[in-house]
Each structure stands twice: as structure tokens, then as C-alpha cells.
Design a protein around this ligand. Structure first.
Ligand SMILES: Cc1cc2nc3c(=O)[nH]c(=O)nc-3n(C[C@H](O)[C@H](O)[C@H](O)COP(=O)(O)OP(=O)(O)OC[C@H]3O[C@@H](n4cnc5c(N)ncnc54)[C@H](O)[C@@H]3O)c2cc1C
Length: 386
């Protein structure tokens, strides 16, 4: 591929920034990623630096965008391509979305591979809680990124094609001094400041619990299984009454448990202002998490798979902020002309930055192609380079 003589600066070294930079570099641009934080922090404990520890299912949970289904569908094409080439850390297995009450099927669901609504008999084969019956659900094949493998591999893939990374914090006024005419703002929580907006984030706080050394959950046909389960108001809700879900994703040598979505924002001093963890709560490794993440999952896993997670002592907990949007909810994926430069904003990925990483990268690359008027970019071409 011939080099297109336009340098592109991608600000932000999380999954959005690296995916954009990798695709653009492979399309022939000269790119550089500038990130305020190291791409792989040694202690992933900053709740705002969410690419350090996502649960990393490829499902568009907790994200808003008018074109979400297109972003999701395009992302799936990229994940499928990477999966077919055995990209490290990327898995695909049977996933259930289960509910104790009747629900509407989300709009994205039919895009998932082998999507199927559960009927009375297939519900019996799904993971279940011993005393909270599932009355509604669907299953599909779903991609999951084993984060400790996938993300370092993504970074390596970028560096291997000549990508550059610098560690530096930039602010809005620095943009005019960058030696590139195209700038991509993938800084998530840093996004509003770089876009010249007042920082007024809408956040969905989440908790994750890794239980190490546990084997993968397998159904009676020997297939790996993951699930999300909404047990209903009586069993798990926020202090404002929002019904919550729990989940368990199978990884190579651990289970990733989770399930809290607490709405709030941050004070000027970065303190959490919003819903608190519902009682009861437990403390793991100094992180307070809703007890239901442990207890409801524990019961499902013991009842369905015969594994007692209580007997696995090595656990790590994380609390993280899903950035749902600034001032109002919604992913910002749009262009701005400022300082004689094309600036493309790509932030506010909520709980689905991994899920839409490739869809957003393709959208960013398409915008650049159309602005340069050198040629248009179609999906086939983008997939052929990745
Ligand atoms: C509990 C929890 C569970 C989740 N589970 C999933 C899931 O199952 N599936 C899924 O798809 N998503 C999930 N997510 C969401 C996902 O983690 C995020 O959407 C995604 O990591 C966002 O990536 P990003 O690259 O856009 O932003 P970030 O990871 O926040 O990266 C931003 C980057 O910008 C840099 N930066 C910031 N400001 C500046 C600045 N001024 N100058 C230079 N650099 C700057 C930072 O250093 C960082 O490198 C989850 C999130 C949470 C909290």
C-alpha cells in the first residue's frame, strides 16, 4: 500500500485510539498516538482509564448513538476478520441475555451471530438461578476479548506496522501546534476539554470482579457459556429504583463477574456524585462492590455449572466509569474544522467502547477519505488491510 502523505495525530491510547490508529496506519497514513497515560498502566486502578479493565464483551450495552446499529454491525465485520485470523485474545462463544421478567428485544440483538429468542424448552438449557426463574431471554454467539491478551496484542500490531506512541498530556490550545492536519480526539474523559466544551460528564459507574483460576463455564454439550441476567427489582436495583443486571463472562483462566450501572457525574475535584453501591456491599482488595454481583452470580454458577466460586480465593475488583456523554448522553463522533485542521471527535463510548471500537475506527477513516477526496473507503477495502 502506498503511503498517503498526510500525518494523522490520534490523541488517546485506549482501545478507541489504538484501533483508529492501527486501521489508519494500515491504510497507508503516517500516524502517531499521543496519550497522557501509559497504554498498559502497571496498576489499572484509575476509574476513568477504562481501557485498562473492561469486561470486554462485544455487545452494545450502555451506549447511545443515532447510528449505533451501523457502528456495531461494522465492528462485528472487523472482529470476525480478526477472529478468522486467530488474533490473540479474541474469542467467540455462546452468550445468553436472560431476564426474570418479560422484556423488549433490544434493537441490536438480531445483528448478533446465531441470534435466537429462547422458548420454554431452550430456557431450560440456559444458566439459571436456583430461586429466581428466568422467564425471557435470547442467545447468540458473541465475541469476547480476553483483555490481558487482546489489548497488548492490539498495541503490538500497531507498533509492528510502524505506529508511534508518545506519552504527553495535550490541551485544546496545543492542537494548533501539532504537525499534522488531521487530529483524532479519542480521549474519552479528556474529550470535552479538547473539543472546547465545559466538562459535564454523564457517567454510569460499574464494578467488575475477577475470580482467578476458575475453569470456563461449559454447558452440557461442552460449549463455553457466558450470560447477563436481570433478576428483577426485588433482587437488585439502585437506590433510585433502576433495575440492574449481573453478568459472568468466561475467560481462559478466570471468570469476569460484574453488573452495576450507577448514574452520576464527577465534582470539580473528581469525586463521585451520584448513586451509591446498593446495600449490602462487600469489599474486595479495597474496592467496595455490590454484594449481589458476587451472591447472585455465585448461586447461578453453583446451580448450573456445579462450580463453587467461593472456593477460589484469588480475586481482584475494579470500579470504573462509563462515560455516557458530555452534558447529554450519546457518543460524539463528529468533525470540527479548527486551527486549519480537521479534528474528528470520537468519545463517549459508555459501556461499549470495545464493542464499537472498529465501527468507530472505520467511520473515522471513512470521514478522512471523503475529506481528502482522494478516494472513498468502503468496508471491503478497510477489512482487506486489517
Ligand atoms: C465496569 C466497566 C465494564 C465495561 N465493560 C465493557 C464491555 O463488556 N464491552 C465494551 O465494549 N466496553 C466495556 N466497557 C467500556 C469500555 O471500557 C470503554 O468504552 C472503553 O475502554 C473506552 O476506550 P477509549 O479508548 O475510548 O477511552 P479510554 O480507555 O478512557 O482511553 C482514553 C485515552 O486518552 C488519554 N487521554 C485522556 N485525556 C488526554 C489528554 N488530554 N491528552 C492526551 N491523552 C489523553 C488517556 O490517557 C487514555 O489513553 C466497560 C467499562 C466499565 C467501566
Amino acid at each position: 500500500m502506498t503511503l498517503i502523505k498526510k500525518k494523522i495525530t490520534v490523541i488517546g491510547g485506549g482501545v478507541s485510539g489504538i484501533s483508529c490508529a492501527l486501521l489508519l496506519q494500515k491504510l497507508g497514513f503516517e500516524t502517531e498516538v499521543i496519550s497522557k497515560d501509559p497504554l498498559l498502566p502497571s496498576k489499572p486502578n484509575d476509574p476513568k482509564l477504562v481501557s485498562s479493565f473492561p469486561a470486554a464483551s462485544v455487545i452494545p450495552h450502555s451506549i447511545e448513538h443515532h447510528n449505533l446499529n451501523t457502528l456495531f454491525r461494522n465492528s462485528l465485520f472487523f472482529f470476525e476478520k480478526l477472529f478468522s485470523e486467530n488474533f490473540k485474545g479474541l474469542g467467540k462463544h455462546l452468550h445468553y441475555e436472560l431476564f426474570a421478567h418479560k422484556e423488549e428485544v433490544p434493537k441490536y440483538a438480531p445483528l448478533m451471530h446465531k441470534f435466537e429468542l429462547l422458548d420454554e424448552s431452550s430456557i431450560k438449557n440456559a444458566p439459571s438461578h436456583p430461586s429466581i426463574p428466568t422467564t425471557f431471554g435470547f442467545k447468540s454467539d458473541c465475541f469476547f476479548a480476553d483483555w490481558a491478551i487482546y489489548f497488548p496484542d492490539l498495541i503490538d500490531a500497531y507498533l509492528a506496522v510502524g505506529g508511534k506512541v508518545s506519552i504527553k498530556k495535550l490541551c485544546r490550545k496545543d492542537l494548533q501546534f501539532l504537525d499534522s492536519e488531521i487530529i483524532i480526539n479519542c480521549t474519552e474523559f479528556g474529550g470535552p476539554e479538547l473539543a472546547g466544551e465545559k466538562f459535564d460528564p454523564i457517567i454510569s459507574k460499574g464494578h467488575i470482579l475477577h475470580i482467578n483460576d476458575v475453569p470456563k463455564l461449559k454447558n452440557k454439550f461442552g460449549k463455553t457459556v457466558s450470560y447477563n441476567f436481570v433478576p428483577g427489582f426485588d433482587h437488585y436495583h439502585t437506590e433510585n429504583g433502576t433495575i440492574l443486571d449481573v453478568y459472568c463472562y468466561s475467560r481462559e483462566n478466570r471468570l469476569v463477574l460484574g453488573g452495576s450501572r450507577l448514574t452520576g457525574t464527577l465534582s470539580e475535584h473528581d469525586e463521585w456524585i451520584g448513586e451509591k453501591v446498593t446495600e449490602p456491599s462487600v469489599e474486595v482488595d479495597g474496592v467496595t462492590i455490590p454484594e449481589q454481583i458476587l451472591s447472585i452470580n455465585q448461586d447461578i454458577i453453583k446451580f448450573t455449572f456445579g462450580i463453587d466460586v467461593r472456593s477460589f480465593p484469588r480475586k481482584q475488583a475494579y470500579a470504573g466509569y462509563r462515560f455516557m456523554g458530555n452534558k447529554e448522553p450519546g457518543l460524539k463522533l463528529e468533525t470540527e474544522d479548527a486551527y486549519d485542521r480537521l479534528i474528528i471527535h470520537n468519545y463517549g463510548h459508555g459501556g461499549a467502547g470495545v464493542t464499537v471500537s472498529w465501527g468507530c475506527a472505520f467511520e473515522v477513516a471513512s470521514i478522512i477519505f471523503s475529506k481528502l477526496r482522494s478516494s472513498s473507503l468502503d468496508l471491503e477495502k478497510a477489512l482487506s488491510v486489517i
